[in-house]
Design a protein around this ligand. Structure first.
Ligand SMILES: Cc1cc2nc3c(=O)[nH]c(=O)nc-3n(C[C@H](O)[C@H](O)[C@H](O)COP(=O)(O)O)c2cc1C
Length: 454
């Protein structure tokens, strides 16, 4: 069997469109049981991990929150998944749990300690989605800070991750925790050391107060496909989320792998996961009916609001018959969803709005019965060289149709692995026998190498 596809499930703590449909349960997001049920089903369905997107932003237009955002729940509301992740670990044994924390908002020692705590509590099933943060306009206002320039945010992210890696990998040697009440020694002082960091954006001298969990560093994910985003992914990420049409996915994946080689890493060690929307029914006609009902819940206003959230650009103020002005690429908010609509065959503003109404930031969905969506999935995977999918919730806000109709077909075709014994998320994703970062990862240099820790 070729390397099995990796399957992650995409959620955020808020209503998931089309939340207006009566069968959609995502408005239950304030209820912990909603999440424990979701996690159990993901585990039973054979997913590798459950991922929570997050950020502090929401749409802001002309310096105010558009009523369409509040009314329609477009990129709003959203809660903090890290607050209840440990509860999901209690009801699962295999499932990886991946949480997003922004390098703009959270300080490195906070990220390092939260992740080390969660890695312990989950027996090494934790991943961190490193983002500079979508919705930067709102988030900068909320925190009372000026908007940091786009590329500078990625420089900050680089320094942030570097410091976190020192804390996870460099402070505690293997076996440093003794915890022996008879000798009264908890930690061996010869094997716990302070790191020091004097980077361009962060300085630190100290220790990680929580002993590392089974993985030490959590599995590092990244989502942000601008050129600077891809470079950050190539340097640090062990898995990347990508959303685009197949030709763009292929070139983004090739670019990330090329850049990874430039950083001295095995390019195939980065798992590239396509954010995939599966609209599946017993027949193609059933699936198409679901799709039509989904689209009918979204207006062009919703689309404009969502676009502004990701890019800081207000399409409703632009000529609908013209493409984006090339200067849009200089936006200081997110760039992925500007860059994808520029170039020789650039769509008009109206077409971008229609595309966002249909698909938001995601690529074209796979629509059909089980066999049809599996055929399409195989085609896209072969064409792009990706390693798996990050599956979007269906029209019910859950993954029920995916687990019922798609996973069994993937399994029958030998495309995904049957769950084995519980293991760390890193081992599950990479197939490695070690739960730790590989030797070609920049974080490895900090393990048991005191000299590298300055
Ligand atoms: C599947 C997927 C999940 C994402 N999850 C998040 C997230 O949780 N938080 C976030 O701020 N950005 C997330 N992003 C990235 C944003 O869409 C956005 O591209 C990024 O934050 C801005 O970086 P950029 O300028 O590189 O596009 C995600 C992207 C994809 C494709």
């Amino acid at each position: 069997m070729a390397t099995p596809w990796k399957i992650g499930m995409f959620q955020h703590v808020g209503p998931i469109g089309p939340w207006q449909l009566p069968e959609n349960v995502s408005t239950g997001f304030t209820d912990l049981e909603h999440w424990t049920t979701m996690a159990r089903k993901c585990e039973e369905g054979g997913a590798d991990f459950l991922f929570f997107a997050d950020d502090y932003g929401y749409p802001v237009l002309q310096d105010g929150i558009p009523p369409a955002s509040l009314r329609g729940a477009v990129q709003f509301p959203k809660g903090d998944p890290s607050m209840f992740l440990a509860a999901l670990a209690v009801v699962t044994r295999h499932l990886g749990l991946v949480v997003t924390l922004s390098t703009q908002v959270e300080k490195p020692p906070m990220v390092a300690r939260k992740m080390a705590t969660l890695d312990n509590m989950t027996n090494g099933r934790i991943g961190w989605n490193i983002v500079t943060g979508a919705g930067q306009n709102a988030s900068a206002r909320l925190f009372g800070l000026p908007l940091t320039e786009h590329d500078r945010r990625y420089e900050i992210a680089d320094d942030h991750v570097d410091l976190c890696l020192k804390l996870w990998e460099g402070c505690w040697d293997e076996g440093a925790t003794i915890g022996d009440p008879t000798t009264g020694v908890y930690a061996d002082p010869d094997h716990v050391r302070e790191i020091s960091h004097d980077g361009p954006h962060f300085s630190s001298k100290g220790i990680l107060t929580m002993p590392p969990g089974p993985q030490r560093a959590p599995v590092l994910f990244q989502a942000g496909a601008s050129a600077t985003g891809r470079d950050l992914a190539a340097k640090y990420a062990e898995a990347v989320f990508l959303a685009a049409e197949a030709p763009a996915l292929k070139s983004q994946i090739e670019d990330i792998r090329r850049r990874a080689e430039g950083h001295g890493r095995d390019p195939d060690s980065i798992k590239c996961l396509i954010a995939g929307t599966f609209v599946v029914g017993q027949t193609h006609a059933d699936a198409q009916r679901i799709r039509d009902r989904q689209i009918a819940t979204r207006t062009l206003d919703d689309a404009a609001v969502a676009y502004s959230f990701f890019t800081g650009l207000d399409l409703s103020q632009m000529d609908p018959d013209m493409p984006l002005d090339p200067s849009a690429a200089q936006t200081q908010t997110g760039r992925t969803n500007v860059e994808r609509f520029l170039g020789p065959d650039a769509p008009t503003v109206r077409q971008i709005l229609e595309e966002f109404q249909r698909n938001n930031v995601m690529g074209t969905p796979f629509i059909g019965d089980s066999a049809q969506v599996a055929d399409m999935s195989e085609e896209v995977m072969a064409f792009t060289g990706a390693d798996g999918f990050l599956v979007q919730a269906d029209h019910t806000g859950t993954f029920d149709s995916f687990f019922e109709l798609v996973m069994p077909e993937f399994r029958a075709r030998g495309l995904v692995a049957a769950p084995g014994e519980p293991t760390t998320l890193r081992q599950r994703l990479t197939g490695s026998s070690s739960p730790h970062l590989p030797t070609d990862h920049p974080g490895y240099a900090y393990r048991n190498h005191a000299a590298a820790l300055v």
